[in-house]
Design a protein around this ligand. Structure first.
Ligand SMILES: CC(C)(COP(=O)(O)OP(=O)(O)OC[C@H]1O[C@@H](n2cnc3c(N)ncnc32)[C@H](O)[C@@H]1OP(=O)(O)O)[C@@H](O)C(=O)NCCC(=O)NCCS
Length: 388
């Protein structure tokens, strides 16, 4: 994991790491035969336990620092791993008559202080022990520190790692992605550890962090796999249903070229050079998820009554459903709002797909003359038309 974090940081990703010692504390308590210290989701921390937690947290911090140093050295990285008084605490206090003693809660996150460190390329490392302004040390829940820090920084993402690798549905299958509004529907299927992470996720997403990933610590490369592949390995909780459609921009060109290349190669789409794509970028729309382009389509007006629907594509690697249908609906709406009456499509391999979505076979003669002149006889595409 340290290697992956060094790599992400070298790519310019700002990282704030939050340590958790819960697992080690639970094992210690079990081994020592100490009575259950939990009250609901929160642990009651007395002075003796706090002293032990200080040792464990300090040890974990040093172990991680060593792993990070080694990863930096191997990858010729140069970033500093910075800790400090970025989190201040307050006592959790007495709840339902039970005094939580030295268990604390977040009072304030010094977002500005953290940002200054991130801007100079440092990685910030926070542990879950924090002082109150009066100098008293408290034991905080690491999930709470993570969620509050992510909200204070308005982070792009919060990644919560734990033993359980993902949320499960009623049949025990992995839930790969879920909108926040639907989290309630899977709550009862999760274990305590995942429920705690879901609480933090809800807090973060409601606080403006758009995406939270729940991942397992047991899988090598889990963070990179989750961030760099469409399927990932964990559960993504997003503020709204993931993919959104928008007009393409010049900075989408590399992603578009990557998407279209295999379809151009197998003849499903006509070849477009980078220059041509750039010149025509305003005709293109992309469906995007988490910064990745999952599909595209283009709308070329032919005359004042009709337009050509073209370059429809859905990433071969995505498991996201209905990319093509969503793009078609979106473009149909656009065409209608521009008072167009019909859409043409020229296709070599997807005529059935269009027929199933209301297109009828058409012919060259039905195309406006300006488009007839450009018809590529060699491609021999089928021509279909849909009245809007
Ligand atoms: C055509 C294409 C955009 C469909 O995208 P998609 O996101 O898979 O489409 P949807 O999810 O909305 O629809 C999926 C359904 O269409 C079917 N389908 C996918 N490609 C098809 C094709 N070429 N012909 C017929 N049906 C097809 C799928 O089997 C699936 O059917 P199912 O529900 O019975 O399982 C995609 O296959 C693609 O990128 N093709 C290559 C480019 C191309 O031919 N573009 C059209 C030229 S403009």
């Amino acid at each position: 994991m340290a290697e992956d974090l060094v790599l992400l940081n070298a790519l310019g990703v700002h990282l704030v790491l939050i340590q958790s010692t819960r697992h080690a504390i639970d094992s210690y308590i079990r081994d020592q035969g100490i009575a259950n210290t939990y009250q609901g989701h929160r642990r009651i921390t007395d002075e003796a336990l706090l002293n032990r937690i200080i040792e464990m947290a300090g040890r974990n911090r040093l172990i991680f620092r060593g792993l990070y140093m080694r990863a930096l050295h191997r990858n010729r990285g140069r970033s500093s791993l910075v800790s400090g008084n970025f989190v201040s605490a307050k006592p959790l206090g007495i709840h339902e008559g039970i005094n939580h003693k030295l268990t604390g809660s977040v009072r304030r996150i010094d977002a500005e202080g953290i940002r200054q460190q991130l801007e100079v390329g440092s990685v910030v490392y926070l542990d879950h022990l924090a002082h109150s302004p009066a100098g008293e040390l408290y034991n905080l829940a690491s999930e709470e520190v993570a969620a509050e820090t992510a909200v204070a920084l308005q982070a792009d993402k919060l990644i919560l790692m734990g033993e359980t690798p993902y949320c499960v549905d009623q049949q025990g299958g992995r839930v790969s992605e879920l909108a926040l509004a639907l989290v309630g529907s899977i709550r009862s299927n999760q274990n305590d550890e995942m429920s705690r992470r879901l609480d933090a996720t809800e807090r973060a997403v409601r606080g403006g962090v758009e995406r939270c990933h729940l991942l397992g610590t047991g899988l090598d490369g889990a963070i990179l796999t989750e961030l760099m592949t469409t399927e990932g390995t964990g559960t993504l909780i997003a503020s709204e249903p993931a993919a959104s459609i928008r007009q393409a921009r010049v900075d989408d060109l590399p992603g578009l070229i990557h998407l279209l290349a295999p379809m151009e190669e197998n003849g499903a789409l006509v070849q477009r050079s980078r220059d041509k794509l750039e010149a025509e970028i305003n005709h293109f729309y992309v469906i995007e998820q988490d910064g990745r382009i999952l599909g595209s389509a283009a709308l070329y007006p032919l005359d004042d009554k009709c337009a050509e629907f073209a370059a429809l594509s859905a990433d071969y690697a995505t498991t996201e459903q209905n990319i093509g249908t969503k793009l078609l609906r979106y473009i149909e709406e656009k065409a209608r709002s521009n008072s167009l009456q019909s859409l043409f499509v020229l296709t070599t391999q997807a005529s059935d797909w269009f027929k199933e979505r209301g297109f009828m076979m058409s012919s060259i003669e039905e195309l406006p003359e300006n488009r007839q002149a450009l018809y590529n006889l060699q491609r021999n595409s089928l021509i279909l038309k849909k009245e809007l």
